[in-house]
Write a protein that binds this ligand. Structure first.
Ligand code: ZN
Ligand code: ZN
Length: 318
């Protein structure tokens, strides 16, 4: 099969071995997949992953122990879990001690013709959601996770830091939850999207941190984001961290102590809510697509995705 592989270098492989389908595995034929910041970070060493990249996808079920799935168009949760460890048993299976993660940790990803996942990870995609939108189900679910982790009622000042792919999803989700959210970013065209969605926005250059925000959600994808978030949040406020990045940077944590700030890490989220929101047209993801490219152009597509200001690049497998 064709695949985009990272093994110290990123390369397109026209004759990659097909996935070995084990007991309980479902074999999928990928239709489209989205490139995200995590994929870019992996090529800089994040997680030390080697293999086929890609974890935001829509696919058709080819073979499955669950016969009701065969022929269905699906999106897939990315954590492959054991179901037996203490965390799985206590309902925290996304944190399974024995997990692998699609295209991120010990499991080949979806930038390929075929990918395998357990049937339990799969969610049928309703007809009301097209392939372009379906490729956003995984990152949109991650945006919904913020609502699972913090209570927003009564919080008046909420800032999303970063106008990238994830920040623009988080902003829409928070706005829909009735939250008066504001986006801080560097790119005029993306801040113009906020205007189109009637979400307030400000250029980063205009910001003087005043320790006055109730909640700051860091979607910058950089270590500098947390530093700024800590300066923007009020004493006893909350910083939600959505950024994953390869570089560790020393950080002065004294303001966290002095201002008694709560810092919450946030990763994967609820697929059902993301599917419902797309199906009901509550979130605009189509405007986030920068370009559609073929899997063969994967290396070029990743280079393009790395450029500042470039939003979602969709890889198509046709
Ligand atoms: Zn992602
Ligand atoms: Zn487990």
């Amino acid at each position: 099969m064709r695949a985009l592989v990272f093994d110290n270098t990123l390369r397109f492989d026209a004759r990659h071995a097909d996935p070995q389908v084990g007991d309980g595995d479902t074999l999928l034929r990928v239709r489209q997949a989205g490139i995200c910041a995590t994929d870019l970070e992996i090529t800089k060493g994040y997680m030390g992953f080697r293999g086929v990249l890609g974890h935001e996808f829509v696919a058709d079920v080819v073979e499955s122990p669950d016969k009701t799935l065969v022929g269905q168009r699906v999106a897939g949760e990315i954590n492959i879990v054991c179901g037996r460890c203490d965390l799985c048993v206590s309902g925290l299976s996304n944190h399974c001690r024995n997990r692998s993660v699609l295209g991120i940790l010990n499991h080949d990803g979806a930038f390929a013709d075929h990918v395998r996942l357990p049937a339990i990870n799969l969610h049928p995609v309703p007809r009301t959601i097209d392939d372009d939108q379906a490729a956003f189900i995984e990152p949109l679910a991650a945006a919904f996770q913020v609502l699972k982790q913090i209570k927003l009622d009564g919080r008046k000042w909420v800032t999303v830091l970063g106008d990238g792919r994830l920040g623009l999803l988080v902003a829409q989700v928070l706005r829909n939850a009735g939250c008066p959210v504001r986006v801080i970013g560097k790119h005029p065209d993306k801040l113009a999207l906020c205007e189109k969605w009637q979400i307030r926005s400000r250029p980063l250059d205009d910001i003087i941190p005043r320790h006055d925000q109730d909640v700051v959600v860091d979607c910058t994808g950089s270590a500098a984001g947390l530093e700024l978030a800590v300066q923007m949040v009020r004493p006893r406020g909350t910083v939600v961290l959505k950024s994953t990045f390869a570089s560790g940077k020393p950080l002065n944590l004294a303001p966290v102590v002095v201002d008694e700030i709560t810092i919450i890490g946030s990763r994967c989220g609820p697929f059902r809510e993301a599917i419902r929101a797309l199906s009901e047209r509550q979130v605009d993801v189509t405007s986030l697509i920068y370009r559609r490219m073929r899997l063969e152009q994967g290396v070029e597509a990743m280079d393009l995705a790395r450029r500042p200001g470039v939003l979602k690049i969709i890889l198509t497998m046709e």
